[in-house]
Design a protein around this ligand. Structure first.
Ligand SMILES: [Zn+2]
Ligand SMILES: [Zn+2]
Length: 294
């Protein structure tokens, strides 16, 4: 990646994350003000959640300054593990949120509220569902364009926030139709907490795979082997190892060439193998090839 490409990645990552940060500040202000004015503890608690959502935005705003840096003396493999760590942190945060919501739902089932949340809570919930839903789609799109695992993690977090506003909206409507339907409150929270828990695990899993140096899937390894073997003069490929660096694949391997070949010619073959792997290898960002006579 060129220097200007890294700056552009940082600029776009910062812009979308700042948009999410500002939305969280706005939503939490609405919820806290509305909750205090209408004496609704549920809305105040929701406002505190929106305020805490800023934590994952801040983690990305700070982390992106580091993970978009090119490799240097201290981090010769690049800084993408920092992005992986932050993705894992976001997943952990989402799981904690789901546990908190499950705990809250338990309270709502044991002691159902006597009056449903009012229309202000409904309005805030609908705004939150729409705003977070749109923001999540936008963040997902940019995460794909930038191949950013941390932005994808934050997009899933935003989706979980949209989900967590659904029970409030549903219970307000349901209780207008039939007051006893207020019991849906607790059940709604249980369902939502399960969805959010799954989202959190889905964020954590790939981060753990990367941190534990899990290899690329077999079909990718086969493809890399095929590319190396198709270079003229390569007799054999072995010790093919892969692992992930951010969303990119890092590969190393031994190639066997005719031992009586002049070094210059053998080195040319090695260069061609590396070049082809960069050009055609799926997701390849780093290649190391060792030459062996055979
Ligand atoms: Zn959240
Ligand atoms: Zn070998």
């Amino acid at each position: 990646m060129t220097g200007s490409g890294e700056k552009e990645t940082l600029r776009r990552t910062t812009r979308i994350t700042l948009a999410g940060f500002i939305l969280n500040i706005l939503l939490s202000s609405f919820k806290l003000a509305g909750g205090i004015l209408s004496n609704s503890n549920a809305l105040v608690a929701d406002g505190v959640h929106s305020l805490s959502d800023c934590i994952t935005d801040v983690a990305i705003l700070i982390g992106a300054k580091f993970w978009t840096r090119p490799s240097d003396v201290n981090h010769p493999h690049g800084h993408s593990r920092i992005e992986t760590l932050i993705s894992g942190f976001i997943g952990f945060f989402v799981v904690i949120t789901s546990v908190y919501i499950a705990w809250k739902s338990f309270g709502a089932i044991m002691n159902p509220a006597e009056t449903p949340p009012g229309w202000p809570a409904f309005a805030v919930a609908v705004i939150a569902i729409l705003a977070k839903g749109i923001l999540s789609r936008w963040t997902f799109r940019i995460s794909r364009e930038l191949k950013s695992a941390a932005l994808a993690a934050n997009a899933m977090h935003q989706r979980s926030d949209a989900l967590s506003s659904i029970p409030v909206a549903v219970v307000v409507l349901a209780a207008r139709i039939e007051p006893s339907l207020i019991v849906m409150d607790g059940i709604g929270w249980v369902i939502v907490s399960l969805f959010i828990f799954k989202l959190g695990i889905d964020i954590i899993r790939p981060a753990l795979w990367q941190l534990s140096d899990t290899a690329a899937p077999p079909e990718i390894i086969e493809e890399l082997r095929r590319i190396a073997l198709s270079v003229e003069g390569v007799k054999n490929v072995h010790n093919l190892r892969t692992r992930y660096q951010g969303d990119g694949v890092q590969a190393d391997m031994h190639i066997v060439v005719d031992g009586s070949m002049p070094l210059e010619e053998a080195f040319f073959i090695l260069k061609k193998v590396e070049q082809d792997l960069y050009l055609m290898g799926p997701g390849v960002v780093d290649v190391m090839v060792r030459l062996e006579p055979g």
